[in-house]
Design a protein around this ligand. Structure first.
Ligand code: FAD
Ligand code: NAD
Length: 522
């Protein structure tokens, strides 16, 4: 489905034709890069094919446009003529055709829901799906006033029906002369700071609480102005979250504020749109010849902590189109002392990013100046920290920047998991010069006897005396040994998609269970 194509696609024999998210990119014809697409959208051509009109599309009408040369797709109630886009789609025409003449929302969300299709396809917009009456299921009719559905989808809140009603958080607020306190009762016992994200931009307050696979959002246009700094108190055991705001003026508030669109909603996390805030670039340091460590400062009025194993999305407008790509926050360095839990730097987000010479997004990132701002989303990801509990052997298989999710994970395991006996990083790179944080890793291995690192190069010079090659059963069987028979093991793998796929296959062939393997993908 829709994706952001690279401007100059990988060389024909390049192994880098891997798409984020596990779908292979296909080679595009010359002149079909994202930049070419942007040019075409700005050419004034009638890409929607309706001479500038927008129409209401019925399901029957949509279904008629199901051929490559006449292909309409509906995403979240909006219908696009994607025929002109076919040749520009990095996932290929066949992938796009899977949703021809249909509602492609689910397929789109499965593959790359972060892609800003509204911006990419705005010139292809045909119109909206026509509203049609629906029969409201009995069990939810009592809570639903809405008698219409858009494009076959009931509004989320109502889909939840009665089963999740009991889980829905609630909120209350009170004030003193100087403070506004909003209390959210999450009904979740192990509430912690990583499950709470709060942004207060001017008078617009948005708080999001993650409850298992669900997201609760409180979103209001505050009655009066507040100071920039916000405070969060969490009573984890009782699941109570307090957001404390300082009033700018010492006046009595009649109400908390006007509810905004998502206010007081509780929906599946995957169905919640990405929320971005502007973060300032405060430093950019070289890690290797092509990789840099970026430090972005969160606004003072944001509370956000990225959980171990999760990533964020960065958004930039490139040639007038919003482009979004995922990156995995890590620590500014590898802590060497694991006796104390490392103190959390909650004001900054650190990202280690490889700058590709023809990379659309990374080139633009590299051109950011200190003090420039970029939009960063709230965290996402499906890594379950419960996998690390009572862990004895941790194997980390990383290739290139696939190292990034391993940093926090390694730090957490060495610091917090008392049962841990061994942590082994098997780090695949092309050349010695590509190895990220080699010095730090070697120092850590000297300092902590539980940790071991092995570098494996795919394109070594003749001086390299270490292991060489690409991921394979023989390489892995030689380096992956449990500390004892039946030890509790976790193997995490991250890198280019073919690397991850081959690695997972080898591990399955070795007999490791699904539970024991975690592959980082989009
Ligand atoms: P594009 O314009 O898309 O491609 C230009 C050229 O770059 C291509 O021709 C190709 O040679 C090369 N290239 C592009 N994408 C890839 C790729 N995925 N693999 C190999 N070569 C590629 N990257 C980081 O540097 N640090 C991270 O922490 C990080 N975290 C990620 C987390 C997730 C969940 C995922 C899915 C990806 C992550 N990535 C990370 C990759 C990142 O999202 C981009 O794909 C990458 O920065 C390239 O973007 P670009 O627009 O510059 O390149
Ligand atoms: P790279 O091209 O420098 O390659 C590093 C190593 O990966 C190579 O030395 C080789 O051993 C292995 N490799 C590369 N292509 C392979 C193939 N086709 N088959 C088997 N092994 C192969 O890597 P890079 O440019 O640093 O790319 C890192 C990748 O990791 C990117 O694709 C990025 O999207 C991905 N990544 C994903 C996440 C995530 O959470 N999902 C996080 C960070 C990075």
């Amino acid at each position: 489905m829709l994706n952001v194509p690279p401007p100059a696609f990988p060389a024909p024999r390049s192994q880098q034709r891997a798409a984020a998210g596990g779908r292979a990119k296909i080679p595009l014809k010359p002149g079909r890069s994202l930049m070419d697409w942007i040019r075409l959208t700005k050419s004034g051509k009638d890409l929607a094919g309706l001479k500038g009109r927008l129409i209401e599309v019925t399901e029957d009408e949509l279904a008629k446009h199901n051929k490559k040369e006449d292909c309409w797709i509906c995403i979240r109630g909006l219908v696009y003529n994607v025929t002109p886009y076919m040749e520009y789609h990095p996932g290929g025409e066949d992938e796009l055709m899977k949703a021809a003449g249909m509602d492609g929302t689910d397929l789109f969300d499965q593959v790359h829901r972060w892609v800003n299709y509204e911006s990419m396809l705005k010139e292809c917009l045909v119109g909206r799906m026509a509203l049609k009456p629906v029969t409201v299921p009995k069990e939810i009719s009592s809570i639903s006033e809405e008698k219409k559905q858009l494009n076959g989808m009931l509004p989320e809140k109502k889909l939840l029906g009665i089963s999740t009603k009991d889980l829905t958080p609630s909120y209350d607020w009170f004030q003193t002369d100087g403070l506004i306190t909003i209390v959210i009762y999450t009904k979740q016992k192990d509430m912690n700071a990583e499950l709470v994200t709060v942004d207060c931009d001017d008078k617009r307050l948005r708080g999001e609480i993650i409850v298992n696979d669900y997201s609760y959002v409180l979103e209001v246009d505050l009655d009066h102005a507040v100071e920039e700094d916000i405070f969060i108190n969490i009573a984890g055991k009782v699941g109570k979250v307090e957001i404390i705001l300082k009033k700018k003026d010492n006046i009595h508030w009649k109400m908390l504020g006007q509810p905004l669109e998502s206010h007081n909603t509780f929906i599946k996390r995957k169905n919640r749109g990405l929320f971005f805030r502007k973060c300032k670039l405060v430093s950019k340091t070289e890690v290797t010849h092509d990789t840099k460590l970026f430090c972005f400062m969160l606004p003072k009025s944001t509370h956000l902590q990225v959980p171990t194993g999760q990533h964020v999305y960065l958004k930039q407008t490139i040639a007038g189109i919003e482009v979004v790509k995922p990156y995995t926050p890590l620590l500014p360095f590898l802590p060497l002392d694991f006796k104390e839990p490392s103190c959390h730097d909650s004001a900054n987000i650190y990202l280690m990013i490889k700058i590709y010479s023809c990379g659309l997004f990374t080139q633009a990132l590299d051109h950011l100046q200190i003090g420039d701002c970029i939009s960063i989303s709230s965290p996402e990801g499906n890594f379950k920290m419960s996998k690390v509990q009572a862990l004895e052997d941790l194997f980390l298989l990383a290739a290139g920047t696939g190292f990034t999710p391993m940093v926090k994970l390694l730090n957490f395991a060495l610091t917090e998991v008392s049962s841990l006996r061994t942590a082994k990083l098997i780090f695949f790179n092309k050349t010695e010069d590509d190895i990220l944080w080699r010095n730090q890793l070697e120092q850590l291995a000297l300092k902590d006897e539980r940790f071991e690192v092995q570098f494996i190069l795919s394109e070594p010079t003749k001086d390299w005396v270490g292991k060489q090659g690409r991921i394979s059963s023989s390489l892995l069987s030689a380096v992956m040994k449990r500390s004892r028979k039946d030890s509790k093991v976790l193997i995490c793998i991250c890198g280019p998609t073919p690397f991850t796929e081959q690695g997972v296959q080898c591990l399955k062939d070795f007999g490791y269970s699904q539970e024991e393997i975690h592959a980082f993908t989009a």
